[in-house]
Design a protein around this ligand. Structure first.
Ligand code: 4AD
Ligand code: MG
Length: 431
């Protein structure tokens, strides 16, 4: 039996005969020789068929195999300095597993709507594979950070009876006879979990019926939400900067081939070291006004404002202490200045905008009750959340990081849609 291996391990088999299982990415041929570019998900390798060395049927199979047909190739591995993988394989036999005719996603340029319609095939290309690989590594780096820092993973529900981040963007569904909503954020559940386990985090899909068609918005996106008991606003920011720099470092160390495929300027990532600059909302407004932007105190930032501020730095920048009036109901007001909240948004460099939103949470029962009334939220639905302030309430903080925006930034993508294997967007539910 020939040893079966994958392209990423091919270097261990120089001079030996192995079997690779994959798909045909591309092909070049002359009358005497055929170069098959094989991909198997772990990498790409050139396999060479020589007419004089193969039975006629085998050679013609190599000549006729079509793009994205699946095949098993057996042959001898050799080092090849000119090839990108550093290796090449001479074909001794080939078996077509599944024929592909008229593969739609050819190697020429396609329009984005066509590609999105064929997303199930588009993800086979080197660029899309690299993005998905980096996304996976980012999740791994996050998990590693949490494990190394005493966090426990807790999974909040997807089907919820109430809203967390405001009622206008909820996805409604029926829960038998009751009304239910797809989760916008697991935060409130994570606050309960933090009171049980101290430091917790969640990772999972969240849903926002936002009518925003921008390059930063998805309808379904993944959020990672840590929550920490006895942690203040200032400590929350320290965790965030360590977390982000750990992720970037992990990707730089483990994904150099993928970053190369994406033609990512890695110097933009190597500068992402702690501490990150901190700017108050007040300072940000003043800076924007000095730099010719029309914005006044009390207004929220738009994408151009965020891009302008971020462009002044070579690493992510915190904007902290936003006006309480424009932020979520659960945010702790600054004791010295209750008109601003102990919160921060983290803006990614290079115009990628807000990737993290976080805050210290209100821990005082009466103040939280007052906020529910001001925001006209139905108290009966939130009694369990108020219980957290009735029974051993403590100062606590947390944040939510958008996975697709983080992937888009680290990979240097034009649009967040490429950061998801099957993006859900305003006018797209398929495939
Ligand atoms: O700032 P947001 O709305 O914060 C929360 O939901 C808090 N409850 C999180 C927490 O403190 N536990 O969302 C957090 C992040 C944003 O910074 C952004 O990265 C991402 O989630 N996000 C989106 N990503 C893609 N498409 C959308 N429509 C997004 N909305 C938010
Ligand atoms: Mg936000």
């Amino acid at each position: 039996m020939t040893t079966k291996t994958s392209i990423d391990h091919i270097g261990d088999y120089v001079g030996q005969t192995v079997c690779l299982e994959g798909w045909l990415y591309n092909k070049r041929s002359s009358g005497k020789i055929v170069f098959l570019q094989l991909r198997d998900g772990s990498g790409w390798i050139q396999c060479v068929a020589v007419r004089s060395e193969l039975p006629e049927a085998q050679f013609s199979a190599c000549q006729n195999v079509t793009q994205e047909s699946s095949l098993r190739v057996t042959g001898t591995v050799r080092a090849e300095a000119r090839s990108q993988s550093g290796y090449e394989m001479s074909i001794e036999s080939v078996e077509i597993v599944g024929h592909a005719s008229d593969y739609p996603v050819t190697l020429k340029e396609h329009g984005v709507d066509f590609l999105l319609d064929h997303r199930h095939l588009w993800i086979r290309t080197p660029r899309q594979r690299s993005i998905l690989k980096i996304r996976s590594e980012i999740l791994l780096a996050m998990t590693e950070f949490f494990a190394n820092n005493g966090f426990t993973r807790v999974d909040p529900p997807i089907l919820t009876p109430t809203s967390c981040e405001g009622t206008s963007e909820l996805f409604h569904t029926k829960y038998f006879e009751e009304d239910a909503f797809l989760t916008q954020s697991g935060q409130m559940y994570m606050e309960a979990a933090a009171m049980a386990l101290g430091k917790v985090y969640s990772m999972g899909p969240t849903f926002r019926a936002e009518k925003s068609k921008t390059r930063r918005h998805l309808i379904e996106f993944w959020m990672i939400e840590p929550e920490m008991a006895y942690v203040t606003h200032a400590q929350n920011l320290e965790v965030q900067e360590q977390f982000i720099s750990h992720i970037v470092q992990h990707v730089l160390e483990n994904c150099s081939a993928e970053l190369h495929v994406l033609e990512r300027d890695v110097s933009k990532l190597t500068s992402v070291t702690t501490p990150f600059p901190r700017l108050t909302y007040d300072d940000a407004i003043a800076w924007l006004q000095e730099n010719g932007h029309e914005i006044s105190w009390g207004e929220d930032f738009g994408a151009p404002h965020e891009a302008a501020i971020a462009s002044a730095y070579d690493r992510p920048v915190f904007i902290e202490k936003f006006p309480t009036a424009i932020k979520a109901f659960y945010m702790q007001p600054d004791p010295d200045r209750p008109e601003v909240a102990l919160c921060a948004d983290l803006l990614a460099p290079e115009g990628y905008g807000e990737i993290v939103g976080g805050s210290e949470r209100i821990h005082d029962y009466n103040l939280l009750l007052k906020r529910f009334e001001e925001h006209h939220l139905p108290l009966e639905d939130y009694q369990w959340y108020l219980d957290l302030r009735r029974y051993g309430s403590v100062p606590h903080s947390g944040f939510g990081i958008g996975l697709e925006r983080t992937v888009a930034w680290i990979c240097g993508l034009e649009h967040v849609r490429e950061a998801s294997a099957f993006p859900r967007m305003l006018y797209r539910l398929t495939p």
